[in-house]
Design a protein. Structure first.
Length: 140
């Protein structure tokens, strides 16, 4: 049941990304190009998602002690801004800005078997492995 819910959630998320055109790297790059051909339409997608999330989080998730399938709901207790958070945000932002591809939409785009997307996801996996190695090696 848990896997089925994860599958449906992933399909719904991918469908939403596709409908909102967040899977189109050119649309995302135009959104990030505030001094050029800026396309502000993705702001509405982000604000809409934040409104839905904030409402559900405030009125549903915070009121529950257990998830629908019985697991304990855990929230992050660490709110400090540290070196790991800043480095992760910088690498994420630079990668997104250079390619115009965010990891979520990239995974949603895998079904198109486009070489650029396949290369991005492959290098993303390599980057994740390097990140894990660095964490172990340098105790970051």
């Amino acid at each position: 049941m848990k896997s089925f819910i994860a599958l449906i959630s992933g399909l719904l998320f991918g469908f939403g990304l596709t409908v909102s055109q967040m899977v189109d790297p050119n649309k995302v790059l135009n959104f990030l190009d505030i001094f050029g051909q800026w396309d502000a339409s993705l702001i509405f997608v982000m604000v809409g998602a934040l409104i839905v999330f904030a409402t559900v989080y405030q009125f549903v998730i915070t009121k529950r002690e257990q998830a629908l399938l019985g697991e304990t709901i855990s929230t992050l207790k660490n709110s400090k801004i540290d070196k790991r958070l800043i480095l992760g945000a910088v690498f994420f932002g630079v990668g997104w800005g250079i390619t115009g591809i965010c990891p979520g939409p990239a995974i949603a785009n895998l079904s198109g078997v486009e070489p650029k997307i396949l290369a991005f996801v492959s290098l993303m996996v390599v980057g994740m492995q390097i990140s894990e190695w660095c964490k172990r090696r340098f105790l970051i």
